[in-house]
Design a protein around this ligand. Structure first.
Ligand SMILES: [Zn+2]
Length: 380
C-alpha cells in the first residue's frame, strides 16, 4: 500500500496548463453498485469548468477520458475501497491509489495532484498488527481496513506439568517459578517476532488477551516496542474469532485516536493563546506562505476556495490580488490543500482531525498552524 511519503512525492508533478485531474471516489462494496458510481463520476466530470484556452480544453478532454477508462477497467479491484486517481496526459502521469476507507467524492483540476483527502485517509487507516498473548501462546495478525490476516501462532517450547497443584511448599514454588520463567521466555520471543515485523516501518500494534497477560507482556517489552503499543483489549484466546479481533482492536485504536484528537485541539488553543499558533484562516495562509509552520492541523474536509500567486507563492483567502507583488493570483479550488502541500513539501507535519461538531460553525477553526517560533506581540 502507498504511504504518505509516496503521496508527497506526487507533488513534484506540475502541469502549467492547470489541467492535472485528481478524482476521488468511494467504490461500493458490491458489483451492482458500480453503475450508480459511474453515473456519479460522470456528473462530477461533467461539472468541471472548461478552460478558456483551446489547448487546455483539449487536454482536459483527454484527462477525463483517461479517468473514465481507468475506472471502467479497475473498479472491480477496488470494491469497498476509496480510490484517488490522478492523471496528466501532458506530463505522462497516471496514478491510482486505493485506500481501505471511503473517500468523499471530489474532482479537482489544478497544477499538481490534490493530496489532502488521500493524506487524511492514509493517516486514519494505517495498517497495524494485533498480538493476542497468553503465557504459552501468541497469535499474530495484520489488519488493513476491514481485512484481517492471520500471520502466525507462536508457542513456547517449554515442557509443562499442570499437575503441580497437589504438591506443597518448596516444590510448588519451584514449579510455579519455572512456569513463570517459561512464560517470560515466550513473551520475549513474541516481542522479538514483533520487533522484526516493525523494524522497517512506522506500524503500531494492539495487544489482546486477559488483563494479567496483557500487563505481563507489555511490562517485558523493550522500550522502543512499548512505545508502539497503540492500545489493548480483553479477549479470550480460546473463543476469539478474527472478526472479534478486528472489531476490538479497531475500537481500541479509535478510542486512542479520539483522546489524541481531543488533546491536540486543547493544545492548539493553548498554543494560539500564547502566540505559538494561529487558527484564523487568513493568518494560517500567511504563516504557511512564509514557511513558518511546523505543524498544520486540518479539521474536517471542507473545501475553501481561494487564490495562489505563482510569482511569490502567496496563498490568499480573502481577495485575489497578491499583496506582495500586486498581480492577480490564480484561482484555487481549495486553499487548505495548497497549505497541506506546502507544509509537507517543506518537511512539516500535518494532522487531520475529525471529531465532534462541524468545523467553521460557531467560530470553530477549520485549520490551525503551529509556528516554528512564537509570534512576538507588538508593543502598542
Ligand atoms: Zn505575488
Amino acid at each position: 500500500m502507498i504511504d504518505a511519503k509516496q503521496v508527497i512525492r506526487l507533488l513534484q508533478y506540475n502541469d502549467p496548463d492547470n489541467v492535472l485531474l485528481s478524482v476521488h471516489l468511494s467504490v461500493p462494496a458490491e458489483v451492482p453498485g458500480l453503475r450508480e458510481m459511474s453515473v456519479r463520476l460522470d456528473s462530477m466530470l461533467g461539472a468541471l469548468d472548461a478552460p478558456a484556452d483551446h489547448r487546455a480544453r483539449m487536454a482536459l478532454a483527454a484527462e477525463v477520458e483517461a479517468i473514465r477508462s481507468a475506472v471502467t477497467e479497475h473498479a472491480r479491484d477496488w470494491l469497498g475501497h476509496g480510490v484517488a486517481i490522478y492523471n496528466s496526459a501532458a506530463l505522462g502521469f497516471h496514478e491510482e491509489v486505493a485506500v481501505a476507507t471511503p473517500l468523499p467524492d471530489r474532482v479537482v483540476l489544478g497544477r499538481r495532484p490534490y493530496v489532502r483527502l488521500l493524506l487524511s485517509a492514509l493517516a486514519h487507516v494505517k495498517p497495524y498488527f494485533v498480538v493476542v498473548v497468553d503465557r504459552r501462546q501468541a497469535w499474530l495478525y495484520r489488519v488493513e481496513g476491514h481485512a484481517i490476516e492471520r500471520l502466525s501462532r507462536l508457542v513456547d517450547e517449554g515442557v509443562r506439568d499442570s499437575s503441580y497443584g497437589g504438591w506443597a511448599g518448596f516444590e510448588e514454588y519451584r514449579v510455579r517459578n519455572r512456569a513463570w520463567e517459561l512464560a517470560r521466555k515466550h513473551y520475549r520471543s513474541t516481542a522479538a517476532t514483533l520487533d522484526s515485523l516493525l523494524k522497517d516501518n512506522d506500524r503500531e500494534f494492539v495487544v489482546g488477551g486477559n488483563e494479567v497477560n496483557i500487563v505481563e507482556f507489555i511490562d517485558l517489552l523493550p522500550h522502543p516496542l512499548r512505545e508502539r503499543v497503540a492500545g489493548t483489549f480483553v479477549v479470550d484466546p480460546h473463543t476469539m474469532t478474527a472478526g472479534d479481533l478486528r472489531l476490538l482492536s479497531g475500537r481500541a485504536l479509535a478510542e486512542r485516536r479520539a483522546r489524541y484528537e481531543a488533546r491536540l485541539r486543547a493544545d492548539l488553543s493553548d498554543w494560539a493563546a500564547s502566540g505559538l499558533a494561529v487558527t484564523d484562516l487568513q493568518r494560517c495562509a500567511e504563516m504557511v506562505t512564509q514557511a513558518l509552520v511546523d505543524l498544520l492541523i486540518v479539521i474536517g474536509d471542507e473545501e475553501i476556495p481561494g487564490w495562489v500567486c505563482d510569482s511569490t507563492g502567496d496563498i490568499l483567502v480573502d481577495q485575489p490580488v497578491c499583496p506582495t507583488c500586486g498581480q492577480r493570483a490564480r484561482r484555487l479550488e481549495d486553499v487548505i490543500d495548497e497549505m497541506v502541500a506546502r507544509v509537507v513539501s517543506l518537511g512539516g507535519r500535518v494532522e487531520f482531525l475529525s471529531g465532534p461538531g462541524r468545523p467553521g460553525e460557531d467560530g470553530r477553526p477549520i485549520v490551525g498552524a503551529r509556528l516554528r517560533h512564537r509570534l512576538v506581540r507588538r508593543e502598542s
